[in-house]
Write a protein that binds this ligand. Structure first.
Ligand SMILES: Nc1ncnc2c1ncn2[C@@H]1O[C@H](COP(=O)(O)OP(=O)(O)OP(=O)(O)O)[C@@H](O)[C@H]1O
Length: 450
């Protein structure tokens, strides 16, 4: 017989306790008994059962049931959704009805019918178990794979600790390391998970729409404002707001963001009414914000505000033990998606994947696997299906050009000058060609006197 959760039984009659305990033993994983309700609240703080069976009368000779109702309220105060089944004296239906009105799930009349008692308690415990399973679904169904590497295990334990708090989090890491995926995981692990996480790509937001997108607007406040519209901050109220590519936010707009984060309220464009917002903020960037602060490209006060907790996702090449488990997960996912039998990696493919530096990180690995699964004809993925780009250059952060600041600055100046010449001074085109924002370009031109 399958056992269902734990039960707490509170009854001052030891004979009743023993009889009920024997009856329920085959049905519950653990049975906790209390002969007095005095220790009830401390017992519930230690362990939350799936159901409580609560006697209504603890003082011999007094059958008012008031004590039982008092303890029922205490249980509900601690655990509002914990099912409580009342154990009432014979014929005391009125009391049972009062108990039900005050939140009890059901009642059993003494002397009890064994079968009815077992069924009632199992049904009540089942509702708790269903709820627990439902709550844990988002946690277990996450497609995020943490990896085997010690560095990712450390990150995981930190994430589990901080997710439940409302602390602002800054996630950094190279492109494709899974910053957005981690932000979603944090949201799923938080108490805000019942509402959708709101994600904004700060690199894609145009300067003219920045305020309206983030803080909302009132009808008629500008040409295209046909109706009142909430911004992302308001939409994320009581949820998580994920600001991706925060390093791409132009300098002069950073002050506006900071003000809202400090005040925890927004004012829609065209309004003068301040609207409080309760958001948990997660930001992400692949840029080094400390260096940007030094270069006057990022406000130091904003950095302090957003990085209460800093999580750095290491690049895949720095945790090679995670490459193959990730690859295998992607193979299983894409074989299912493209309706193929489960393919396996050939030994040569295995070696090739493990040796590749994956500068595009998990995203690059995911795409490589998807492509290979699509074109594979046999039951094994040969190495030839993985024509991985050979890159002789290393990612920016590790590049040798950072070795000497003077050389780097000279190189930067020359690159900007060259781009200015080829783009005939069109600053937007120069910024796009160099892969930087216009604000960064202005700052650098000022610095180099161009
Ligand atoms: N830990 C992981 N487990 C499984 N898939 C992952 C993991 N991390 C990333 N991915 C996959 O890799 C891809 C890139 O992830 P994501 O967009 O979160 O990276 P990112 O760091 O935010 O990228 P970018 O810097 O380019 O915005 C996504 O398709 C995601 O599903």
């Amino acid at each position: 017989m399958k056992k269902t959760g734990n039960i707490l039984i509170v009854d001052d009659n030891r004979g009743v306790l023993t009889a009920v305990q024997l009856l329920l033993k085959p049905h519950f994983e653990k049975i906790i008994t209390l002969t007095s309700p005095v220790t009830l609240t401390s017992a519930l703080r230690e362990e939350t059962p799936s159901v409580v069976l609560l006697d209504m009368n603890f003082t011999s000779g007094i059958n008012s049931g008031n004590e039982g109702l008092f303890w029922l309220q205490e249980i509900k105060r601690l655990h509002p959704s914990l099912p409580v089944v009342l154990f009432t004296a014979y014929g005391d239906i009125d009391l049972a009805v009062r108990g039900i009105k005050e939140g009890a799930t059901d009642f059993i009349v003494k002397p009890w019918d064994n079968q009815k008692l077992v069924e009632t308690l199992l049904n009540a415990a089942q509702t708790t178990n269903n709820r627990k399973n439902k709550q844990s679904t988002p946690l277990t169904s996450s497609s995020m794979y943490w990896g085997e590497s010690p560095v990712m295990q450390q990150l995981r334990s930190l994430v589990e600790k901080v997710s439940v708090t409302d602390a602002n989090i800054l996630i950094t890491g190279e492109n494709g390391t899974g910053k957005e995926m981690l932000a979603r995981e944090i949201h799923t692990l938080s108490s805000r998970r019942s509402k959708e996480m709101i994600a904004v790509d700060m690199g894609a937001i145009t300067e003219s729409l920045f305020e309206s997108e983030l803080f909302g607007h009132m009808k008629g406040s500008f040409t295209d404002a046909y109706a009142d519209r909430p911004g992302k901050f308001e939409t994320a109220d009581h949820s998580t707001l994920f600001l991706d590519e925060i390093g791409n936010l132009p300098y002069h707009l950073q002050a506006k963001l900071l003000t809202v984060l400090q005040r925890r309220s927004i004012i829609r464009v065209g309004s003068n009414q301040s609207i409080p917002v309760n958001i948990r903020l997660i930001c992400a960037t692949n840029r080094n914000l400390n260096e940007m602060v030094q270069a006057n490209e990022f406000r130091e006060d904003l950095l302090y505000r957003i990085n209460t907790i800093h999580l750095e996702i290491p690049p895949l090449r720095k945790r090679p033990e995670d490459i193959l488990p990730l690859a295998e997960r992607f193979i299983a996912r894409f074989c299912k998606q493209y309706d193929k039998v489960l393919l396996r990696l050939s030994d040569a493919a295995y070696t090739r994947l493990k040796a590749h530096p994956w500068y595009g990180n998990i995203r690059e690995l995911e795409h490589a696997i998807e492509k290979a699964v699509i074109i594979c004809d046999g039951s094994e993925l040969p190495a030839e299906l993985f024509q991985l780009p050979k890159r002789t250059d290393t990612p920016r952060s590790e590049s040798s050009i950072s070795a000497e600041a003077a050389t780097l600055e000279e190189m930067e100046r020359k690159m900007i000058q060259k781009a200015l010449d080829t783009c005939n001074g069109n600053l937007s085109a120069v910024a796009a060609q160099l892969g930087i924002t216009r604000q960064t370009l202005y700052n650098k031109m000022k610095k180099f006197g161009l």
